[in-house]
Ligand binder design. Structure first.
Ligand SMILES: Cc1cc2nc3c(=O)[nH]c(=O)nc-3n(C[C@H](O)[C@H](O)[C@H](O)COP(=O)(O)OP(=O)(O)OC[C@H]3O[C@@H](n4cnc5c(N)ncnc54)[C@H](O)[C@@H]3O)c2cc1C
Length: 374
């Protein structure tokens, strides 16, 4: 079988690894528009063990390298205008996104995948000899957009503004830090992703964003303003911008994930708001399901339909959760007048569909009842 993957992110690279592990004779090529190791964004996080378990089961070799470079974090901290509240129970792993894709790229090359970096793909016409073309080219997928109508693509833009930054201050837990400015509330979702770096995704409402003048500045100038706002947490550390810019999160859905021999995987097929920290895991799970279905007996149409069925069900639930989680941050003022412990409790329960419908104080009371306690 001849498979072409467009995009060397987690979905495309992991699929190429799994296809080679299943069948050394499978002819797999990956085309990536950027250089090897180039990436937008800083660290990625996974909560609990599920991603680690998945990676260990599917390819112990790349899993060992990933784990060696990962940071295990415990606890979630809410820092509200300098006051700190801690939730001890959660844990997870984080890693530099650059290292993550580098490790996958090295492993793919070792297994004989043909990797073509600096090779932007603008049309699939050049791949007429391929049996399967995988659009793993991210949320802004060119391949999907060639046939948007056929896939039934919908894109919804979130209300809030965010920017994905690195930070030289190493946080010791998953941290939500919220500050009030003269233009309104602003916060970051932060976590350590290595011995000397953390990831900060800074978020605020569009009103706060324009009120602070970010619409009139480039990203570097915004970062200097953010260093002032979060000076207490930074304790002399610096924020690093890289190629990041302010964006509105795009939630992508598709009515179908395959058309002929073209199939969508990862963010090209679906996205889930970053406050869930699960997009990479979902991309890896897509790769696992697609590799499995492609290697079963039967026609290509059967394989791609089975893949779509396997994954759409799971993804729908994630997207629903992510929608509520994003809405919590879009309506953050609704919660910030409560005692800090209650704000943290509601933050941890932000995926709940009931939270927006029940007064926050009543919801907190319900959560404090023995039957509801987490
Ligand atoms: C702010 C933010 C924070 C996040 N934090 C987390 C987190 O903590 N944990 C987590 O699990 N997920 C997180 N995610 C989500 C995660 O980054 C994505 O879900 C994941 O990277 C999807 O992998 P992918 O391979 O589908 O796409 P991508 O990682 O986007 O990879 C697509 C690749 O395709 C390439 N490409 C694009 N177009 C072309 C073209 N025309 N030709 C050739 N190549 C092309 C791109 O250069 C890129 O390398 C976050 C997302 C955001 C926005």
């Amino acid at each position: 079988m001849k498979v072409v993957c467009v995009g060397a992110g987690p979905a495309g690279l992991y699929l190429s690894i799994l296809l080679k592990l299943r069948d050394q004779n499978c002819d797999v090529s990956v085309f990536e528009r950027n250089a090897a190791g180039w990436t937008e964004g800083w660290g990625i996080i996974s909560t609990g063990n599920s991603l680690v378990r998945q990676l260990r089961t599917r390819d112990p070799v790349s899993a060992a390298a990933i784990l060696e470079q990962s940071t295990r974090w415990t606890g979630q901290v809410l820092r509200l205008q300098g006051r700190t509240t801690l939730h001890r129970r959660s844990f997870g792993y984080s890693i530099s996104r650059k290292r993550f894709v580098e490790i996958l790229g090295e492993r793919a090359a070792e297994l004989g995948v043909q990797l073509h970096y600096n090779s932007e793909v603008n049309t699939i016409e050049r791949f007429s000899a391929a049996d399967v073309i995988v659009a793993a080219d991210g949320a802004g997928s060119t391949i999907r957009d060639e046939a948007t109508r056929a896939f039934g693509t919908k894109i919804r833009h979130g209300r809030n503004k965010y920017i994905w930054l690195g930070c030289t201050k190493v946080l010791d837990a998953f941290t939500f830090s919220i500050e009030r400015t003269e233009a309104g509330w602003i916060w970051f979702h932060g976590y350590p992703h290595g011995k000397d770096m953390s990831t900060w995704v800074v978020e605020c409402s569009p009103e706060t964003w324009t009120g602070l003048g970010f619409d009139q500045m480039d990203a570097e100038a915004s970062v200097r303003v953010l260093e002032g706002i979060f000076a207490d947490v930074l304790e002399g550390g610096e924020l690093v911008c890289g190629v990041s810019t302010w964006r509105n999160f795009r939630t992508i859905t598709n009515r179908t994930w395959h058309q002929g021999n073209v199939v969508l995987a990862g963010d090209a097929a679906h996205t889930a708001h970053f406050s869930l920290g699960s997009g990479t895991r979902l991309a890896i799970e897509d790769a696992v399901a697609l590799a499995k279905n492609l290697s079963l007996q039967g026609s290509l149409e059967q394989a791609l339909s089975a893949y779509e069925q396997d994954r759409m069900r799971v993804i729908r639930e994630f997207q629903r959760n992510a929608w509520f989680s994003a809405a919590w941050f879009e309506n953050i003022e609704r919660y910030l007048g409560l005692p800090d412990r209650d704000v943290l409790m509601l933050l941890l329960n932000r995926r709940s569909p009931f939270l927006a419908r029940i007064p926050p104080r009543v919801y907190c009371w319900l959560l404090s009842q023995p039957r509801w306690k987490r």
